[in-house]
Design a protein around this ligand. Sequence first.
Ligand SMILES: NC(=O)c1ccc[n+]([C@@H]2O[C@H](COP(=O)([O-])OP(=O)(O)OC[C@H]3O[C@@H](n4cnc5c(N)ncnc54)[C@H](O)[C@@H]3O)[C@@H](O)[C@H]2O)c1
Length: 334
Amino acid sequence: MKFLITGGAGFIGSNYLHYVTDKYKDDYFVCLDALTYAGNYNNIKDLEGKNNYKFVKGDITDRAFIDKLFSDEKFDVVINFAAESHVDNSIKNPEIFLTTNIIGTEVLMDASLKYNVKRYHQISTDEVYGDLPLDRPDLLFTENTPLHTSSPYSTSKASADLLVMAYYRTYGLPVTISRCSNNYGPYQFPEKLIPVVISKALNNEKVPVYGTGENVRDWIHVHDHNIGVDLIVRNGKVGEVYNLGGHAERHNIDIVKTILKQMGKSEDLITFVEDRKGHDLRYAIDSSKVENELGWERTYTFEDGIKETIDWYLNNEEWINDIKSGAYKEAYKD
Ligand SMILES: NC(=O)c1ccc[n+]([C@@H]2O[C@H](COP(=O)([O-])OP(=O)(O)OC[C@H]3O[C@@H](n4cnc5c(N)ncnc54)[C@H](O)[C@@H]3O)[C@@H](O)[C@H]2O)c1
């Protein structure tokens, strides 16, 4: 089968490509990425030369380009990881989030319909469900939880999800959606909590924590997310939504302290900063549907996964420094 993987130079997409290009030698994977500031060709450079893989630079919102790509390549499966993904940026500038996350999804689905793609899979997020109170640990998001968003980011993702279901119902496009909790692991751009803490602490810089750090996220190793995506794409039922969660709820402040401890750094580096506008309190996912129906299992405990992840960043300081200096922008040569 021939796969289109959009956003494959980003954090989750690049981990996905490393996983599947090794696992499925008979399938072929085309990585499409616009290489925005968050796209890092260094994440996928070592895939060059694999005979079941190629990279194409391009924008999912460019309708003429996408039409030609689909016409030339005749994809069987499309997995849309491409997105503007940073909540803080969406608060400062919502428009690009609406363009990439909603219009980009529409453009990909129009081409998928026109060229008879057999499966369109949308990578979504638990943020589409809004947040849960901190004092109700019994409450979890299920696939039936109403969409109730807080930020322009989550609203753009929820809008795309609704459009995906509309293309299923109206045009019969064979779709699936996965909604995952917060990912951690290698190749995450140092604007998100875990790589920010590591990269600041490496230089003994102050580590910013929003509000009091009491917000709770449900952390999943990126590899476990990608195992779930692969299962859903190959075995999931068309027209269905599947939640993927880490079953590892942690307060942000505890994540920061865990990292500082492993790095041998003082908690004095922590500095509390003004809270994010509309900051969601708690996310927690019920993944029982994908576990029971498709046999999905996590392979990492949080304790093992976070330790391995911190070690990865410490062993790949050059990867972080290339981002800090901007050199990563030169990694891709046309
Ligand atoms: N990071 C998380 O914890 C998390 C959790 C759940 C869901 N998600 C979802 O997973 C997906 C991937 O997230 P991520 O953390 O890897 O994001 P990321 O920001 O690291 O990567 C996004 C990638 O998309 C590319 N891109 C952006 N706009 C594009 C465009 N118009 N055309 C082509 N490529 C474009 C970027 O260059 C980048 O390589 C997103 O859809 C996100 O909403 C992320």
